[in-house]
Design a protein around this ligand. Structure first.
Ligand code: SAM
Length: 274
């Protein structure tokens, strides 16, 4: 059974659900039999959307985060949520969970983890943590205030990625493998310095990583996603107007001072001279 999903079947930070409609419309300008490579596949929502529109296209989804593991665990996730619903049934939706009920919730979660060796903490966070907060393991989860946001129906991903080829690799390797005139790249990298803690990549995406991605756009057909927070489009516009004279800092000397704001935060000021 094929269903047209307008959102990822499981909660996923950074999924492109707000772009599905516009992406779908823009696809008419692209061939129906091309190869589409979703380099930063995430929840697979873009790959799914292409395959639904162009069933004869070759669609490749880069499952860098092993999202398929979460999809495969949907029956367990549904079982866990089914066990939690009665515990929360007297509590209005979105309401904070009292300490007593919270203990029962945590007990059930622990029991499930022992039984199945796995709990989808991202989905559980979507059900019980404040909006857009995500835990990735029990300890993180048990440290948070809980709210009753459990969905009332089961999760279901039947047919979601049917016909889509799954791969798991660094985007650069995939790009090299598939670059050709008949490939369309879907390029939706992690946002610059946003919270990427639920993604596999442990390191923050730094400006350099973010700029490196632009290399895949040269001479390619692509969809590229970014936000005005990153100002990358503004930067590229500026570079275009500037006569290239090399790195203005080459041959200079750098010295720094560091200021501690509090226990967690500090910043470094930089002086450069030549
Ligand atoms: C903004 S999300 C993509 C969301 C996706 N378009 C969707 O609709 O669900 C960016 C994804 O890139 C992944 N990623 C991080 N580093 C990567 C790398 N080096 N190569 C490929 N993917 C990477 C992240 O783990 C995350 O899943």
């Amino acid at each position: 059974m094929n269903r047209n999903f307008k959102t990822s079947p499981l909660p996923f930070q950074g999924q492109k659900r707000r772009f599905v409609k516009q992406f779908n419309e823009a696809l008419v300008e692209f061939p129906k039999d091309a190869t589409y490579v979703d380099l930063f596949g995430g929840s697979g929502l873009l790959a799914h959307t292409v395959k639904q529109k162009y069933p004869s296209a070759k669609v490749i989804w880069n499952d860098y985060d092993n999202f398929v593991g979460r999809l495969d665990a949907i029956p367990q996730t549904n079982a866990l949520l089914a066990e939690l619903r009665p515990i929360l049934s007297d509590l209005p939706r979105k309401q904070r969970v009292s300490n007593e009920i919270r203990e029962s919730v945590l007990k059930v979660v622990k029991k499930h983890e022992a039984k199945y060796g796995y709990v989808d903490y991202v989905t559980l966070s979507g059900s019980l943590l404040f909006s857009a907060k995500y835990a990735t393991n029990y300890d993180q989860f048990a440290n948070e205030t809980l709210y009753n946001r459990v969905k009332l129906t089961d999760y279901n991903a039947d047919g979601y990625l049917d016909g889509v080829e799954r791969v798991q690799d660094d985007y650069k390797a995939l790009f090299n493998e598939y670059k050709s005139d008949s490939t369309v790249f879907l390029v939706d990298p992690p946002y610059l310095s946003t919270d990427t803690s639920t993604y596999t990549s442990e390191n923050y995406w730094r400006l350099r990583d973010y700029l490196d991605v632009l290399n895949v756009l040269d001479d390619s057909r692509y969809f590229y996603f970014t936000s005005n927070k990153s100002q990358i489009v503004e930067l590229c516009d500026w570079i275009e107007t500037r006569t290239f004279t090399g790195n203005p800092f080459s041959g200079s000397t750098m010295s720094t001072t560091s200021t501690r704001l509090n226990h967690q935060a500090s910043y470094t000021d930089i002086m450069i001279y030549k």
